[in-house]
Design a binder for this molecule. Structure first.
Ligand code: CIR
Length: 253
């Protein structure tokens, strides 16, 4: 169960975030409204939500998931692979120190964005992507092992981040799409296959027994509900325009 979440309000510069989506510029006002509903939803699910102020220098800084990994035993500040995002880690140590005695850090030449990391119990799958390199993943695995956890690497071919295409919903259930469907490291899970035309919804989010699913993906919603979950549908259209999904918008622990 999660007790805490940390989010960061979208900055006025948010509309200049990195993107490959080709869906046009996000609407800042709508993004703020959608972010407010997201925060409120986390609160309703029982989380204490810390809201960090927006950081104009970093358009992508609302995607706070990428800058830290929050495990039960330690937090790890990452080193984003996107050069324009590196400075987003500034100030994170003091934020995390409110919750953690042990804070580790990924060091040069390692890069990690925690959107590439999916937790399954004590094990962490780490995507090797354009943003997370082998050295960063190895550092992360060494840190996890020092605290009695484990990690393994998954090589990405197309997706931005590992969790752009795969989400763990607890109870051995996993949402998968595209390149992850055939990967045998995930064969031990009950794979819920997401159709190509709904692949954005592969980034759905389990929180304390419920599953947040983005609005506009009815087949995914039905599949998740057919596995026995209650879903909460959230409109995150403006975040989608800059390649961000439901998980990217918070740290949860
Ligand atoms: C980026 O390209 O870095 C941002 N525009 C989107 C980051 C999304 N984060 C995530 O999937 N964890």
């Amino acid at each position: 169960m999660f007790r805490n979440a940390i989010v960061r309000t979208p900055a006025p510069t948010f509309t200049d975030g990195l993107t490959t989506a080709g869906l046009g510029k996000p609407d800042y006002k709508r993004a703020l409204e959608q972010h407010a509903v997201y925060r409120e939803t986390l609160k309703q699910l029982g989380l204490d939500v810390e809201i960090l102020p927006h950081n104009d220098k970093y358009p992508d800084s609302t995607f706070i998931e990428d800058v830290a990994l929050c495990t039960p035993y330690c937090a790890v500040i990452t080193r984003p692979g996107a050069v324009s995002r590196r400075g987003e880690i500034g100030g994170m140590r003091s934020v995390l120190a409110e919750y953690y005695d042990r804070i580790e850090i990924i060091r040069l030449p390692g890069t990690v964005e925690a959107g590439d990391i999916m937790r399954v119990g004590n094990h962490y799958y780490i995507g090797i992507s354009k943003r997370t390199n082998n050295e960063g993943a190895n550092q992360m695995i060494r840190i996890l092992e020092r605290y009695g956890m484990t990690g393994s690497k998954v090589v990405l071919e197309q997706m931005l981040h590992l969790k752009s295409g795969i989400s763990y919903l607890e109870n051995n259930n996993i949402l998968v799409c595209g390149e992850f469907i055939g990967k045998n490291e995930f064969d031990k899970f009950n794979k819920i296959i997401i159709d190509d035309d709904e692949k954005y919804a592969a980034n759905s989010l389990w929180i304390n027994g419920k599953v947040l699913v983005p609005e506009g993906y009815p087949k995914t919603r039905t599949k998740v509900e057919n596995e026995g979950y209650k879903t909460i549908i959230l409109d995150v259209s403006e975040f989608c325009k800059v390649d961000g999904g439901l998980s990217c918008l918070s740290l949860r622990f």
